[in-house]
Structures are given as structure tokens and as C-alpha cells.
Design a protein around this ligand. Structure first.
Ligand SMILES: Nc1ncnc2c1ncn2[C@@H]1O[C@H](COP(=O)(O)OP(=O)(O)OP(=O)(O)O)[C@@H](O)[C@H]1O
Ligand SMILES: [Mg+2]
Length: 355
């Protein structure tokens, strides 16, 4: 019995949905004809029930129908016709008024009522459509932002891989060739030229190291099996090596973020925070901390620089917005604070549930 009721209910839902789909897909002309038919049916109902029973509210139904399915002109035509048909039914039913002015006033009020109902419903419809398109635009923008981040991530990794597998290998090969040249020159007793070759070899070794550091920054986590802590550790070491700043890294707990896409976002947040600390904060020391518990992973980057501008001076930069956006993508939170003792602390906490 219950099964049969369930089947009937689901069939009724399917039929209703089909009818609604048909209603909303039909042409405005057909919808206008249907609104007219509805209006005539209500006039007939008005005549059938007599003037003792007021059906004036029913006259608003075809107006509302026209609002959702026809254009604005059709709405006002239906509203005007509703006024005419109601007045006609009123006369046919023999409704008596004390004098002609009262009757004219009554008819004018009904006309005004129907037009106001039409206008108010149009305003509501327009507002609803405007908010629907705002939501659609917002969703589209968010989708685009996500794609831009993904594309830039992909491009950074591509350039990093090319740098690592292409330029680094070339430079290393030239370094080896220069080493061989140096030995040859020494064998032939050309000491001065051998020293020059030795200098070139040293410069090439430095270039290889710099290109490797750059490529590791561009392809941080995926190439690194040890995951986020190891990648951040390398980032700290590279920062200390390449920039006039002491950068440290410490981690507590086993970070689960290192095993999925969140690791790349956290790594990029750390990179941007380090970049800002050296570029804007003139920091001499930067501490990266990664801590994890079963429910959340927290990353903080603190520097001993000048701190965030007090007056909140606007810049054209996008670094902080992208950091926030990345935190949102991970359903996490990003905070940027300037403690009283100085410097800046950027912290990002992301939940690990559902990874
Ligand atoms: N660690 C910091 N110390 C001092 N000021 C900071 C620090 N981080 C950010 N700021 C301030 O916040 C502003 C905005 O930073 P944001 O990273 O958004 O942009 P940007 O670094 O100027 O440009 P972009 O990141 O696009 O290259 C900076 O211009 C700077 O004034
Ligand atoms: Mg920046």
C-alpha cells in the first residue's frame, strides 16, 4: 500500500514538473492567450457566484501569470481587461450604487488596484531576476578565478620543469666541458687561461644552483615525495641562501595537507608572505611554522620587519587577495596581523576533515 502511494506521489511530482517545464518554455504569445482564458474563466466564476460573493482577488491570478510568462505590455493589457471585465460583471449582476459618482469611484479604485498589482509584481520579478544574474555572475567570476589560479599553477610548474630539465642540464654540461677545458689548458702549461676557465666553471656552478633553486620554487610539492614540510624546509633554506635574510622552518605534528592539493596552496601562501616580508617589511628574520593536528593544519609566517602599514594604504598588489582566495578554496582562514612588538604574522589554518 505504502509502495503504491509512493509510486503515485512520484508520478504526480514528475507530471507537475513536466507541466511547469512546459509552462516556462512556452512562447509569450501562447502564455498571453492562456492568461486571457484564465481571466474569462474568472469573469464567468464572478457571474456564476453573484455579487454577494467577492472574487476580486481571483482577478489578480491572470495578472500574476502574465508577469512571469509575458512581457510588461501584456501585463498591463491583462490588468486593464481585468478592470473592464470586473466592471462589466458588476453591471450585469445589477450591483446598485447610491449614485453614478460612487460607481465611477469604485471602478477607478479597481482599475488602480489591478494596475498596482501588475506593477508591483513586475518590480518583484525584476529584482528576483537581477539577484539571480548577480549570483550567476558571482559564480562565474569565482569559477574564472579558480581557473586562473589553476592555469598559473600549471604554468609555473611547466616553467619550473623546463628550467630543471632543460637549462639546468645545459648549464651543468657546459660546466663539465669548462672543467675539461681547464685541465687541457693546465696540461699545455697555459696557466693564465686555465685560471680563467676555472672562474667560468665556478660561475657556471653558481648559475646551476640558482636555476635549480628557482625550479624548486616553481615546482615545489609534487616533485617532493616528503611533502609539504620538506618543501617548506627547502624554501626556507633557499630564501636564506639567495636573500639577505635568515629564514627558519619548524614543523609540529604530521601535516596531512602535504598529501593533496592543499599543500601547493599553503606553499604558495608561504612564498608570497616571504616575498612581502623582504620586499615591503625589510625583514632580517622570517620564521615559518607548520603545525598539524587531526582536524586542522596551520601555517604561520612571521617576520621582524616594519609591520603592515597602519593607515591601510591601498596598493595595486594582488598578493594578499590571492593568499585569501587560496585560503577560501581550502575552506580555511587567513589572518594578517602586526603584533605590538613589531613585524607581521601571516597565518593560515585549513581543516583536514574530508581530505
Ligand atoms: N610582511 C609585510 N610587511 C610590511 N608590509 C606588508 C607586508 N605584507 C604586505 N604588506 C603591505 O601590504 C600591501 C599589499 O601586499 P600585496 O602582497 O597584496 O601586494 P604587493 O606585494 O604590493 O604586490 P604583488 O603581491 O601583487 O606583487 C603591500 O604593498 C605592503 O604595503
Ligand atoms: Mg605581494
Amino acid at each position: 500500500m505504502a509502495g503504491l502511494a509512493g509510486k503515485l506521489l512520484s508520478q504526480a511530482i514528475v507530471i507537475t514538473l513536466g507541466m511547469l517545464r512546459f509552462l516556462f518554455r512556452q512562447s509569450p504569445t501562447l502564455a498571453f492567450i492562456e492568461a486571457l482564458a484564465l481571466l474569462f474563466a474568472i469573469t464567468w466564476l464572478d457571474l456564476a457566484t453573484g455579487h454577494q460573493v467577492s472574487v476580486v482577488l481571483f482577478y489578480t491570478a491572470p495578472i500574476a501569470f502574465a508577469v512571469w510568462l509575458c512581457d510588461n505590455k501584456s501585463v498591463f493589457v491583462i490588468a486593464g481587461l481585468a478592470g473592464v471585465l470586473w466592471s462589466w460583471a458588476d453591471v450585469v449582476l445589477g450591483h446598485s450604487y447610491s449614485n453614478g459618482s460612487v460607481q465611477a469611484w469604485e471602478i477607478a479604485i479597481r482599475f488602480a488596484f489591478f494596475f498596482l498589482v501588475g506593477a508591483a509584481a513586475i518590480i518583484i520579478r525584476e529584482r528576483q531576476r537581477a539577484s539571480q544574474s548577480r549570483i550567476a555572475l558571482l559564480e562565474h567570476t569565482q569559477q574564472l578565478e579558480k581557473q586562473i589560479i589553476e592555469v598559473s599553477e600549471y604554468e609555473q610548474q611547466r616553467i619550473g620543469r623546463d628550467l630543471h630539465d632543460g637549462l639546468c642540464q645545459f648549464l651543468a654540461a657546459i660546466g663539465c666541458a669548462t672543467g675539461g677545458l681547464k685541465i687541457d689548458l693546465e696540461d699545455r702549461g697555459l696557466k693564465e687561461l686555465a685560471t680563467k676557465a676555472c672562474d667560468i666553471e665556478k660561475l657556471l656552478t653558481q648559475s646551476v644552483n640558482q636555476a635549480r633553486d628557482l625550479s624548486h620554487g616553481l615546482v615545489p610539492v609534487q616533485l617532493n615525495e616528503a611533502g609539504l614540510p620538506a618543501a617548506l624546509n627547502e624554501l626556507a633554506a633557499t630564501t636564506s641562501r639567495l636573500l639577505p635574510v635568515t629564514c627558519t622552518f619548524e614543523s609540529a605534528g604530521e601535516s596531512r595537507a602535504g598529501r593533496n592539493g592543499k599543500a601547493a596552496h599553503l606553499y604558495r601562501i608561504a612564498q608570497e608572505a616571504i616575498h612581502n616580508a623582504t620586499k615591503h617589511g625589510n625583514a632580517q628574520r622570517i620564521d615559518i611554522r607548520l603545525s598539524a593536528n587531526p582536524s586542522a593544519t596551520s601555517l604561520s609566517i612571521s617576520d621582524n620587519g616594519v609591520g603592515m602599514p597602519k593607515n591601510g594604504t591601498a596598493t595595486n598588489g594582488v598578493g594578499i587577495s590571492i593568499m585569501r582566495y587560496r585560503a577560501n578554496l581550502m575552506e580555511g582562514e587567513l589572518a594578517i596581523e602586526s603584533p605590538i612588538m613589531g613585524g607581521t604574522v601571516v597565518s593560515c589554518t585549513v581543516p583536514t576533515e574530508g581530505d
